[in-house]
Design a protein. Structure first.
Length: 203
């Protein structure tokens, strides 16, 4: 039967007379049309069930690929600069070691007090008092506050501050107050702080 004849036969069929329970005796063109319709439905369902799932997997893989490419680029850059990083780490270790050497040990604190006293006298100041205050413990280091009470003039104070800054140990100055003394000079109370590495403090 040709395709044209099949079309004519379909036109002549009254689909209302077809009984689904007698599908086996339906005309061949109707069976063919039904098979084609079933095949189309199967293909559509297959697309939504399988192809959509594959598309989601593809999109997830594409996103993962982007992340992995970024990670690869970062690690490739780090690998290319690994030697420079090693040199930098050595330099940082040397700098850190040099800074640690500038922090006084417990046994060196009395010597530091003597150095500060000598700077005060060398600047023309009269030392009224110098005393250690309670330590302040931080995460990585311990602060050692030192209260200093001196008498002199502004020029002497400036010379004293410069002298303390030039000490080989790390000493910072904080919380100063200046007022008129009975002698006609000025009285300055200032807090100096030096620091000790916490690992050193725990030994």
């Amino acid at each position: 039967m040709s395709f044209v004849e099949s079309i004519k036969e379909l036109k002549d069929i009254d689909f209302a007379d077809l009984d689904i329970q007698q599908i086996g005796i339906w005309p061949a063109p109707v069976k063919t049309l039904l098979l084609v319709a079933v095949a189309i439905v199967i293909l559509i369902l297959g697309y939504f069930v399988k192809v959509q799932d594959l598309r989601q997997q593809y999109q997830a893989a594409a996103s993962k690929e982007t992340v992995l490419l970024d990670q690869y680029g970062t690690k490739a850059f780090q690998a290319a600069n690994l030697e420079a990083y090693r040199v930098q780490m050595i330099e940082l270790d040397d700098t850190f070691g040099a800074l640690l050497k500038q922090l006084p040990k417990d046994t060196e604190v009395p010597g530091l007090l003597e150095d500060i006293t000598e700077v005060a006298y060398g600047s023309g100041l009269s030392m009224k008092a110098i005393s250690l205050q309670p330590e302040q413990v931080s995460e990585f280091y311990v602060e050692l506050p030192i209260k200093i009470d001196v008498t002199g003039d502004y020029h002497d104070f400036g010379s004293f501050v410069s002298g303390v800054a030039a000490l080989p140990r790390i000493v910072t100055l904080h919380n100063y107050s200046i007022k008129q003394a009975d002698s006609g000079l000025l009285n300055m109370v200032i807090e100096a702080k030096t620091y000790r590495y916490k690992a050193e403090a725990s030994q």
